[in-house]
Design a binder for this molecule. Structure first.
Ligand code: Z57
Length: 824
């Protein structure tokens, strides 16, 4: 076998330019003179893939032939972002690329921009999956990412004249897509519907229709590991066989319909994030990729075996269930073992329970999936039988374990009553070997509240793995200025593989020269973002103002409303002269957020922010002091520009609602200070960077709970804080809607009468902390010292560390034997 790709490729820029020319000719069929940047992009990507090919093949062979258990990361979302620069970095071809492209007469940035960003995820959960497969490959752990290649990714967001969100389709495969290899020969059949009949004393599923699952393979190159893993995303295609399936039973058009609809399965990513939609098509998607992936793993690990010994399956691979979306894979593996391979129930159960682990990513009850029994029975009748049997077995077990009948009843996987349903989180918590939350606080709350009965009875199942982010994309690629400074400060670039080395920057926070260099990097990043915002959005940003950023999905629990109300109150303070203009710290407040298309209050909040922005930015009284911008269509590319430019990061969710958060980690690592509540991973960030270097405010989880049980009255807070009252009154009196007093009535009414996430109760504390922030900002040296301490103490939040924790606590496996790196 050929040697693995060297970390630093020995290829010269001239050679790489020749390779690109070659691909322009033989792949694109154009001369360098005819080529457009998009051609050069495809040619470069194709050339890079060839560099990675030997390592990819060797990694697969080592995985199949060796004895290291692999990981199958099952996720409905992989929010990858653009691939080219990452692939160049990990194949050691970055410098050669810039030189080669220049030599060919092209602008490197235009070539990079020609790649359409794959947006196959909504937010944190999908981006986490992308960071995790990067770290798995970088650590040399044999792994597959398994998911869906949606035809349409997360919608492209626009704003209309009135500031409302408009969703546009994200047809991301409009151009040549060089990274994904469609492997027609390794397809899988996935079937649906029909009925279960009794044959020779056996339950036999007779499905009504099938779809063809075709894998599209993406290389996942590790950084300096010599390893290249696989992200396998399934595409749904129809089989041309409708006549065989149903033609004799019904009319021609009725017969063809399911086959046409088959292709709908992978057509669109559901745009809800942390809000469940119990749609049939979504369950079809989930089963589609879970089934295809499990069958694929059997194919990979037992090649050409008709009767494989699947009792060894848990030694070959373990599946991580990324939230409840792939949990239908549990009864599917049972079905495969029972019906396709003829194992008895107990053996099948033993294999299955050793194979799956479950990560919960939420605390919101409405985000825990529950599927009606009627729907599962219709779509997957055999699975429903198996789930019922699992439930019966579970109930029996519980009755042995406890006398608490109410508890046993509470823990039912299949609920009783008129409209019975299946609780996917309970199914996963029972069948999974391990269950984890995504930050210390979150895992604790899972044990204490959400999955309490399960943790009481199965305490050893439960563990925590705090999330992390990949330093390759979110420091090295996103922030070259800071990366160079870190390498200079540490005297090595090994921090990209061992992020805890950042700790050694700590003494430099006391070195004024270093602090000034750091401040310069931040300022340059602000200028870079301002230029980007000008060309991309037409915004005029002043890089000498404080860049104060809140980027995340628009959700009530995340409390964008708290930020916008504080902005309005500040605006009112300046207008009324209550605060002297010369005492104001000039700020640019930057929002980025998509709202689920059906989420009414979230969309109204977007509209409010846009119109607050319009009013404030056009008011000469506050010009130069306060500006609000809302770059539309926030995505990975914008994140990579904006995070390095941010000085103040807003992580202001109601305590006990944000499972972890991951942008909080990206910001800390890029030298922003956080203003935040004691929620999710904020708690751990603050512990590590130090309370003095984190702006804490707001109620704690316990205080929130107490207020819920004492009865919460938001109107009391409205009456109690004149600034808050003034701000809400301005929203209600038409200031941000051309005098239309009804425009935001539903929002205002929610704030005053319900306010489930207690925005009003935290408002005063939030304002107080903002004043402290401004005071500190006045001392730039001190501010930047604290920012450096954030960078130095955030190495823990590398996704490499998260993966190490999964290896030790959940997967019980490790890297393949060390990859041999080729000499350069
Ligand atoms: C999603 O992005 C998250 C949780 C969900 O249940 C769904 Br559905 C989508 C997020 C959490 O809200 C974040 O707090 C967390 O950091 C992220 O998942 C990754 O764990």
């Amino acid at each position: 076998m050929t040697e693995l790709t060297a970390p630093k490729s020995s290829v010269t820029a001239a050679q790489f330019a020749d390779e690109i020319r070659n691909e322009l000719k033989y792949t694109q069929g154009v001369t360098p003179e005819q080529a457009k940047p998009a051609d050069v992009y495809v040619a470069t990507a194709t050339a890079v893939r060839k560099h990675l090919m030997d390592s990819w093949m060797k990694t697969q062979q080592d995985m199949i032939n060796g004895n290291t258990k692999a990981v199958g990361y099952l996720s409905a979302e992989f929010l990858m972002g653009k691939q080219l620069r990452n692939a160049l970095l990990n194949s050691g071809l970055t410098d050669q690329f810039y030189a080669a492209v220049k030599d060919l007469g092209f602008d490197a940035q235009e070539v990079i921009d020609a790649e359409y960003e794959p947006g196959l995820g909504n937010g944190g959960l999908g981006r986490l999956a992308a960071c995790f497969i990067d770290s798995l490959a970088s650590l040399g752990v044999p792994a597959f990412g398994y998911g869906i290649q949606y035809r349409y990714g997360i919608f492209r967001q626009e704003f209309d004249e009135e500031g409302r969100q408009v969703e546009r389709p994200d047809y991301w495969l409009t151009n040549e897509a060089p990274w994904g290899h469609i492997d027609y020969a390794r397809d899988q059949r996935v079937s649906f519907g029909g009925e279960v009949v009794e044959e020779d004393g056996k339950r036999v599923w007779k499905p009504a229709w099938s779809v063809r699952a075709i894998p599209v393979d993406y290389m996942v190159p590790g950084y300096e590991s010599g390893r290249v893993n696989t992200l396998r995303l399934w595409q749904a295609r129809s089989y041309d066989e409708f006549d065989l399936l149903t033609f004799n039973k019904s009319e021609y058009l009725d017969a063809v319909k399911p086959q046409v609809e088959a292709e709908n399965i992978s057509k669109i990513l559901y745009p809800e994030d942390s809000t469940e939609v119990g749609k049939e098509l979504r369950l079809e998607q989930q089963y589609f990729f879970a089934s295809a992936s499990i069958h694929d793993a059997i194919r990979v690990f037992y090649p050409n075996q008709d009767k494989p010994d699947l009792t060894t399956f848990p030694d070959k691979i373990c599946f991580q269930l990324n939230d409840t979306h792939p949990v239908i894979g549990i009864p599917e593996l049972m079905r495969i073992l029972l019906d396709e391979y003829g194992y008895d129930w107990d053996t099948a159960w033993d294999i299955t329970t050793k194979t799956f682990n479950y990560t919960c990513h939420t605390l919101l009850p409405e985000a825990l999936e529950v599927w009606p029994v009627a729907l599962i029975s219709k779509l997957l009748p055999r699975h429903m039988e198996i789930i019922n049997k699992i439930n019966d077995q579970f109930m029996h077990e519980l009755e042995q374990m406890t006398d608490d009948e109410a508890k046993v009843e509470r823990m039912r996987i299949v609920t009783d009553g008129e409209n019975p349903s299946v609780r996917m989180a309970y199914l996963a918590s029972y069948a999974g070997e391990h269950v984890n939350g995504v930050a210390e606080l979150h895992s604790q709350l899972l044990k204490d509240v959400t999955l309490r009965d399960f943790s009481d009875l199965f305490p050893k199942k439960f563990t925590n793995v705090t999330n992390g982010v990949t330093p390759r994309r979110f420091i090295k690629l996103a922030n070259p200025g800071l990366s160079n400074l870190i390498t200079e400060g540490l005297g090595t670039d090994k921090w990209l593989e061992d992020l805890e080395l950042l700790k050694n920057l700590e003494p430099l926070a006391q070195d004024d020269e270093f602090v000034k260099k750091f401040a310069k990097v931040k300022y340059d990043n602000k200028v870079r973002f301002a230029d980007f915002a000008k060309s991309e959005y037409g915004f005029d940003l002043d890089a000498s103002t404080m860049f104060d950023t809140m980027i995340k999905r628009l959700h009530e629990y995340k409390r964008q409303a708290l930020k916008v109300l504080e902005v309005i109150a500040t605006y009112a303070d300046i207008k009324s002269g209550k605060v002297k203009v010369e005492d104001v710290t000039p700020r640019t407040v930057i929002f980025g957020a998509k709202a689920a298309p059906g989420y009414y209050l979230a969309k109204m909040t977007i509209q409010l922010i846009n119109n607050v922005s319009k009013v404030i930015n056009n008011d000469p009284d506050v010009m130069g002091k306060l500006k609000v911008v809302f770059p539309w269509n926030y995505n990975i590319r914008v994140a990579q520009m904006l995070i390095p430019a941010t000085e103040l990061d807003e992580q202001i969710s109601q305590a006990g609602k944000e499972a972890s958060g991951t942008s909080n980690m990206k910001f800390a690592l890029n030298g922003a200070l956080t203003v935040g509540t004691l929620d999710g991973a904020n708690v751990e960030i603050r512990e590590r960077v130090g309370a003095d270097n984190f702006f804490l405010f707001g109620m704690t989880v316990d205080e929130v709970e107490k207020m819920y049980s004492d009865g919460y009255d938001p109107a009391k807070y409205y009456e109690g804080d004149p600034r808050l009252k003034a701000a809400i009154d301005m929203v209600a009196d038409g200031t941000f809607s051309n005098g239309d007093k009804d425009a935001y009535a539903p929002l205002v009414s929610d704030w005053l009468t319900k306010d489930w996430f207690m925005t009003l109760a935290d408002f005063t504390a939030y304002h107080d902390i903002q004043s402290q922030i401004e005071t500190l900002y006045g001392d730039q040296l001190e501010w930047n010292r604290k920012a450096i301490l954030n960078v130095a103490n955030s190495g823990y939040f590398s996704s490499d560390r998260s993966i190490e924790d999964y290896l030790d606590r959940v997967w019980m496996t490790g890297p393949l034997p060390a990859a041999k790196k080729a000499a350069t």
